[in-house]
Ligand binder design. Sequence first.
Ligand code: LMR
Length: 398
Amino acid sequence: MHFDAIGRVPGDPILGLMELYAQDPNPNKFDLGVGVYKDDQGLTPIPHSVKLAEQRLVEQQTTKTYIGGHGNAAFGTLISELVLGAGSPLLSERRAGATQTPGGTGALRLSADFIAHSLPGRGVWLSNPTWPIHETIFAKAGLKVSHYPYVGSDNRLDVAAMLATLSTVPTGDVVLLHACCHNPTGFDLSQDDWRQVLKIVRERELLPLIDFAYQGFGDGLEQDAWAVRLFATELPEVLITSSCSKNFGLYSDRVGALIVCATNAEKLTDVRSQLAFTARNLWSTPPDHGAAVVATILGDAGLKKQWAEEVEAMRARIAQLRSGLVEALAPHGLSEQFAHIAAQRGMFSYTGLSASQVQRLREKHSVYMVNSGRANVAGIDATRLTLLAQAIADVSNT
Ligand code: LMR
């Protein structure tokens, strides 16, 4: 038969955990796998600002006709302002523009196809480690994927090794950088580190592709955009992938954007024509609902303020969970070993736990995290920190 030779691929390393967790009958289970924010009831809430915007859309929306290759135009303008800053000269000079995509992953997929078809011969450099789907998205587009070091075997950021490798990257290659809240490690570059990366990128004429999936979850909505804005201002050409999954809680609505910064308006139009053509062949036109929600929020001062406060509340709670977990580990003599959890940023922590420790956590304590030792801190239930610390201590001491 036609399908006889087809084998199975292993389940997705991250999404597969959602299924395993759902099947576990233990009432004391912990879901620290996939990167979704949860409250202490284990729910991923819809922000009030999103609900209000949705109500407004139900009342006011008059059509669901196609929204065009670049998506919802108001969304494109407003997300560019959120990412680049409302007063960015790139916007007034029409050197930057957004193409709406199904989530940040769609933006990465669009970038990969764009690079493969419009910039032939360019390799793509990823941090080691990085989000596993980065590896496959670029490889599936036929691109040569290489790595620069990011975290050493001691589970610490190794900027010197990163810079040394970036200094050898062939001119013209693409370097994928995580704007903030590095996934999977939670280790972010300092401003000084970013300036050094910028220097190499400029000298070697590399093309930066900055993945910006967690705006607002690190140090704040504006602060997290610092490196993106530095690169967009200092360099002639930058690609930025933005996601509204986490900061708007719009995971299932799939809202994201690929923002291109080009040397001038004419060149931007050329690049955008390629993106619209590529997108047409991938998903035709993007889904509108989530983007219309984002545009409604960002286009209304009151809703935007409310949303920014909701993002800040999530950010602050994640920071508290980080320090709370380290404190809960103190009675087990482990606060120093895991002190990095409090210093990392965003949803994720590279805990330093080995694959076998992660497996024992899952089998013995129903604590679900990615085999690499990545824990989604934003999935922790604050009322059960002591229980989680006991489980971690149990596998750490054996
Ligand atoms: C994650 O890394 O858990 C998130 O980015 C969600 C995903 O799609 O994998």
